[in-house]
Design a protein around this ligand. Structure first.
Ligand code: IMP
Ligand code: MG
Length: 178
């Protein structure tokens, strides 16, 4: 695997823009789920930053769950195979469920997760929310109910997104020229 350093990264979305747009999404969700209990399901590890920042602006009674999936083996391309590392969830029957992802790329992860929850629970509602939507790469017929930014086909890092495990801590989103 090619080594990259922070100096190789180009800025795509800066810290302020991320925070500003996430706040706008929180406003929409606050209206949509007003006075209703909501379960946020954070898909680790990538969605951790988005989930924590978004949740701080949410006002409805809220519970947070964390599951761990992985689809990227290594390098820059999605494998299309979803690996359920830890998918233990509480009883979600009759609950409003919102899945929180960092990015929807091929769509395999989103499809897997939506199918998994539909198969195991009769939720009151089930929606999918992704910070980033890499629409051009879609292989599965699925679209997020909510997304914050639509992005081009670039390999992105930062704000939860990693390259070989690194760069999740960056407060902005950058890309590597491949
Ligand atoms: P999908 O199953 O192909 O839609 O891939 C979704 C997962 O692939 C995301 O949750 C990310 O973890 C990872 N992923 C997709 N694109 C990128 C990227 O540009 N940078 C880092 N991770 C990515
Ligand atoms: Mg992810």
């Amino acid at each position: 695997m090619k080594m990259i350093t922070e100096g190789d990264l180009k800025l795509l979305i800066d810290k302020d823009k991320l925070q500003e747009e996430i706040k706008k999404l929180a406003d929409i969700l606050n209206k949509e789920y007003q006075n209703q209990e909501l379960y946020l399901i954070c898909v680790l590890k990538g969605a951790v930053m988005f989930m924590t920042d978004l949740s701080k602006s949410l006002k409805m009674p809220l519970k947070m769950e964390f599951i761990r999936l992985s689809s990227y083996g290594s390098g820059f391309t999605s494998t299309g195979k979803v690996n359920a590392v830890d998918i233990s969830l509480p009883d979600l029957n009759d609950k409003n469920v919102l899945i929180i992802e960092d990015i929807i790329d091929t769509g395999h992860t989103a499809k897997f997760l939506m199918d998994f929850i539909k198969h195991n629970f009769k939720t009151k509602s089930l929606k999918f929310c992704s910070l980033l939507d890499k629409k051009v790469k879609r292989e599965v017929d699925i679209d997020p109910d909510y997304h914050v930014f639509e992005v081009d086909d670039k390999f992105l890092v930062g704000y939860g997104l990693d390259y070989d495990g690194y760069y999740r801590n960056l407060p902005y989103i950058g890309y590597v020229e491949t």
